[in-house]
Design a binder for this molecule. Structure first.
Ligand code: GLN
Ligand code: ZN
Length: 768
């Protein structure tokens, strides 16, 4: 029984690639040293896979920024604006932009948290150049010999993910020729097989690629090198019957997601092809469970004659090595499985199903799980509360039209922000000193409070209507809450690439979630004590908490989201009790959690909106519930957005030319919307005039009383020098608009006085 891999982490066990990249960008490292770093990291990964006993090692997925970009460049798909540049300068300009030249657009890779750069394809191509790639493959051959199997991003997936500026039929033949040349060169190197990664096949709309797939693979098969068609992230769905007939030597399917098993049972699997069985979950960090995986494997064995085993996708989605997490309690650490452990699991499964006696290893896995469940038993009170939920728990006590009458009256075009204010070096340093124990809790909080004071003062001075505390105490909107909830754990070395040199360490949900104590009330109270304007309480929603963590596998995602929702619900109630009349529950990840196939959307959307409602329905009618979503594109999930029943939704709309707003209005969105009047991702400071103009446009779309004025996302990545004039201009724009409509609207008095005044001792009201 042979084993394979289809991709491996390539950021370096100690984030070497990130460090080298950042040194290179700041001019402290030569290009040659940067390239040397990436070579060392990829060679280390080949050796790890070789030593683990993998038979077919996927080669060529190490990247300086993004794998899709690597193929875009190799294939010569260089948009005009980058054509005068060359080499690394061009590569990084495409990735990150350069002075006047905007970068390629970045978006999420399928339903993962990895981001790729979207190729733009027009007819004006440059010649292809596979030099770097062929060099990598021959280097790998020297190290691992015949086990080196090149990984190639398949032409159809590349096209599907691209922004096509010419008809597909026009590029397809040109692209086909280029892939032909690549495969011919790989054949000349003597490789035994080439992995063609075509995850686009699992998308719901892959049906319409049938003919293009057939003709392209017909062409590519003429090179005479065995092709291995690799798919992952879901089952093949409707495409299965024709995909299995493509002229390839092997097809890999994901058996950890979707239902490929059922498809094989229905349609059979061809005897003349090898089936790559993606059996070890590459998207999560839990060890296999023998009682689940062994029966599944024997099922598969009866259905296909020639199979080999592998992780379900590239292991880039998990960190390197769980054994390094020495700080974690043993019963927990022992059931974690990162890339190195997953290689072992693949080998273990291969040995087991080929008849080797692996009883001892099986017993060890089983006893690890037993020990884990003893260490982390169910939290019965959380389970009971979930069982006792009724429809009432998911609905606000009054309908929107009635509750808004009880909510704080604000002037038309009320202004607010999305929550965070600049996370300066100074703020980050504070946090790291506190974590290291160099600051006491009191010292740390006093310093945070000084930032809050500064931020509140500033917003008040600029004339904002609904203030925020600034989120200075939060490193990350998920981690901050996860750290305070029971049932979550964290790694020290568990980095995975999000994009370029940005790596994240997703928290791990390992047990039932509960909230031992309030998480945000202290900072809210401090902020409110400094002002008589209303301060908005800021929370992260359950769906985002779940989507940006590694979930557990023994409970459904819905149940986990509901558990988190219950915890956040308690926080909403506590904020309210502390005097908050505005509470925002952010759900930026709501949309990205959509399943890849539209047929499964309803199921997801129904529990996702329920989870949101479960945590917000507790709010009294007079409490105004806000939510925020970035990466909007709501067109297709509009009904669910309405279902959330939030009083106000702020969206990221500044880059899409009010497209989302248009969709909301066309759908007759009945509540208030903050369209996001300027792009926080750009350092450019919007002028009051441009903002007024932008607002005027919104106001054609929506009745005045439904419009809020806010930036399109949090301000944490910006500098104060950018934020202050931008917000000032935003307020000016709101005031200008108020004057324009004055004659036609009744004036709302601002009727808010802080309920509670908290005295904060020993605090200077200025933070530097
Ligand atoms: N409240 C968060 C912030 O302002 C929201 C971030 C987000 O939408 N990603 O930072
Ligand atoms: Zn946002």
């Amino acid at each position: 029984m042979k084993t394979a891999t289809v991709g491996y982490p390539c950021i370096g066990k100690n984030r070497e690639v990130k460090k080298a990249l950042e040194a290179f960008w700041s001019g402290k490292l030569e290009a040659e040293s940067l390239l040397q770093t990436i070579r060392e990291v990829e060679e280390a990964s080949w050796k790890t896979q070789l030593v683990a006993g993998i038979d077919r090692i996927g080669i060529g997925d190490a990247t300086l920024y993004d794998r899709v970009l690597d193929w875009t460049v190799r294939l010569g798909l260089i948009p005009q604006r980058f054509q005068q540049l060359t080499g690394l300068a061009r590569y990084f300009a495409m990735a990150r932009g350069k002075e006047e030249i905007p970068a390629l657009e970045m978006t999420k890779w399928f339903d993962t948290n990895y981001h790729y750069l979207v190729p733009e394809i027009n007819s004006d191509l440059l010649p292809a150049d596979f030099g770097d790639y062929l060099e990598t493959v021959s280097r790998a051959q020297k190290l691992v010999g015949k086990k080196a199997i090149p990984i190639v991003l398949g032409p159809m997936t590349l096209l599907r993910l691209s922004r096509l500026e010419v008809p597909m039929s026009e590029v397809i033949s040109q692209l086909g020729e280029r892939y032909l040349a690549l495969l011919t060169a790989l054949k000349d190197l003597g490789v035994e097989e080439v992995q063609m990664h075509e995850p686009a096949l699992v998308l719901g709309n892959a049906e319409d690629l049938k003919e293009a797939f057939e003709s392209t693979y017909d062409l590519l098969s003429r090179v005479g090198i065995p092709l291995h068609l690799v798919t992952y992230f879901d089952d093949l769905g409707k495409t299965y019957p024709w995909v299995i007939k493509l002229p390839v030597a092997a097809i890999s399917l994901d058996f950890t997601r979707g239902n490929n098993l059922e498809l094989i049972k229905q349609h059979g699997f061809p005897r003349d092809k090898r089936l790559g069985v993606g059996i070890v979950d590459a998207r999560n960090i839990w060890q296999i469970r023998t009682d689940k995986v062994l029966p599944l494997l024997s099922d598969i064995q009866t259905l296909a004659t020639n199979i080999s085993l592998q992780p379900s996708a590239s292991l880039q989605f998990v960190p390197h090595d769980a054994t390094r997490e020495k700080q974690l309690p043993k019963p927990l650490r022992n059931v974690l499985s990162f890339a190195e452990q997953k290689l072992q699991e693949v080998r273990f499964l291969a040995r087991t199903i080929s008849g080797e006696n692996t009883r001892i290893e099986q017993d060890l896995i089983d006893s690890n799980w037993e020990a884990f469940y003893q260490f982390s038993p169910a939290n019965q009170s959380v389970r009971d509360r979930l069982k006792a939920l009724t429809a009432k728990d998911f609905a606000r006590s009054l309908p929107y039209q009635e509750r808004i009458r009880q909510q704080v009256k604000l002037p038309p075009f009320p202004t607010t922000t999305i929550g965070s204010f600049p996370q300066t070096q100074q703020v980050r340093k504070l946090r790291s000193r506190w974590r290291k124990g160099e600051l006491t809790q009191e010292q740390y909080q006093a310093a945070i409070d000084a930032h809050i004071a500064y931020c509140v003062d500033l917003q008040e001075g600029m004339g904002m209507d609904v203030l925020v505390h600034g989120e200075f105490e939060r490193s990350d909107m998920v981690e901050y809450f996860a750290e305070q909830l029971e049932g979550y754990t964290f790694t020290v070395h568990g980095w995975v690439q999000s994009y370029g040199s940005r790596y994240v360490r997703p928290p791990i949900i390992f047990g039932d979630i509960s909230r031992p104590q309030p998480m945000t009330v202290r900072e809210f109270k401090i902020a409110q004590s400094y002002t008589s304007k209303p301060v908005k309480g800021m929370l992260t929603g359950p769906v985002t908490m779940l989507n940006w963590s590694y979930p557990r596998t023994d409970l459904s995602r819905k149940e986990q989201a509901f558990q988190i929702a219950l915890a956040i619900r308690e926080e909403v109630a506590d904020l309210e009790a502390a005097g908050a009349l505005f509470v925002q529950v952010d759900e930026p990840a709501m949309r990205e959690g959509l399943p890849l196939k539209q047929t499964r959307w309803n199921e997801y959307l129904s529990w996702a909106t329920d989870a949101f409602r479960l945590c917000t329905a507790v709010a009294k009618p007079q409490t105004q519930v806000h939510t925020h979503m970035c990466y909007s594109e709501f067109g297709d999930i509009m009904e669910s957005i309405k279902q959330l029943d939030a009083d106000v939704i702020s969206i990221e709309d500044s880059r899409s030319n009010n497209e989302t707003l248009r969709q909301l209005t066309e759908a007759g969105y009945p509540r208030q919307v903050g369209p996001g009047v300027y792009d926080v991702h750009s350092p450019a400071i919007p002028t009051a005039e441009s903002l007024t103009e932008g607002l005027r446009k919104c106001y054609q779309h929506l009745p005045t009383e439904q419009i809020w004025v806010n930036p399109d996302c949090g301000l944490k990545t910006r500098r104060w020098e950018e934020v202050i004039p931008a917000i000032r201009n935003m307020v000016k724009a709101a005031i200008a608009l108020r004057q324009e409509i004055e004659s036609t609207t009744v004036k709302f008095p601002v009727e808010f006085t802080a309920k509670e005044s908290v005295t904060v001792e020993n605090q200077s009201k200025t933070a530097q």
